[in-house]
Unconditional design. Structure first.
Length: 229
């Protein structure tokens, strides 16, 4: 289950599950031209190789892990995420997902490690997510809240579209230039063929180009190939 990734604002393809004891395990692997998280490149606008595994216990509870290469211009080269949560229906066609994610960056920059707590409500093809972090990106950067709105739709056989808009706000001025919040958005098209998913997505923010180091928040297209395991 990668519901939490959509709540966080990252598009991930979920693999078809297979039975393992009382649980179901699924996996995914992705190659992308960039790793964009909430509108910011995490790989200095270079390619990314990503993958993860999820365990669905069949009673609403789930756990998982996901990893990607990153490039922050430091010794940090890897992001590893560990997450878990509980998803359930509150009414017909209405679902609620409560989860927690631990972001870990192995190496000397362990101060970047941090947690996020997530609540998401899904209605039909819409999803509204609220994310809270008591120490955003670690290193004493202060509290942060993120609001995400996502919509997915099928437009043809094997073709779907994804839409996302989110706002990130911290209690520290200077998150982006002299501001304490910014908006990110994404429009993506997915095509399923021969057991893989091809995705072309356009990412953007309302961040001034001069306010983000090395163009990390510039508008960009990202192409990715994902496969179920």
């Amino acid at each position: 289950m990668n519901t939490w990734k959509k709540m966080l604002g990252v598009a991930v393809v979920t693999a078809a599950p297979f039975a393992a004891s009382a649980a179901e395990i699924s996996g995914n692997v992705t190659m992308a031209t960039d790793y964009v998280f909430r509108g910011y490149s995490q790989t200095s606008e270079k390619g990314a190789i990503q993958g993860g595994f999820d365990v669905d216990f069949g009673n609403g509870f789930y756990v998982g892990t996901w990893a990607s290469n990153v490039d922050f211009g430091s010794e940090v080269t890897t992001e590893m995420d560990f997450y878990g949560g509980y998803a359930f229906d509150v009414a017909e066609g209405v679902g609620l997902d409560l989860g927690v994610v631990h972001f870990m960056y192995p190496g000397d920059e362990a101060a970047l490690n941090y947690q996020e707590y997530i609540a998401s409500v899904s209605v039909s093809d819409f999803s509204f997510g609220l994310v809270y972090s008591p120490d955003y990106f670690g290193d004493g950067n202060g509290d942060a809240t993120v609001i995400n709105l996502d919509y997915s739709m099928s437009v043809a056989e094997n073709v779907s579209l994804d839409f996302h808009v989110g706002q990130t706000t911290t209690d520290e001025d200077g998150l982006v230039d002299d501001d304490d919040s910014y908006i990110d958005y994404m429009i993506g098209a997915n095509y399923d063929v021969a057991d893989v998913t091809l995705t072309l997505a356009y990412y953007g923010t309302d961040v001034d180009n001069d306010a983000a180091a090395d163009g990390a928040a510039d508008d960009r297209f990202v192409f990715s190939i994902s496969k179920s395991l």
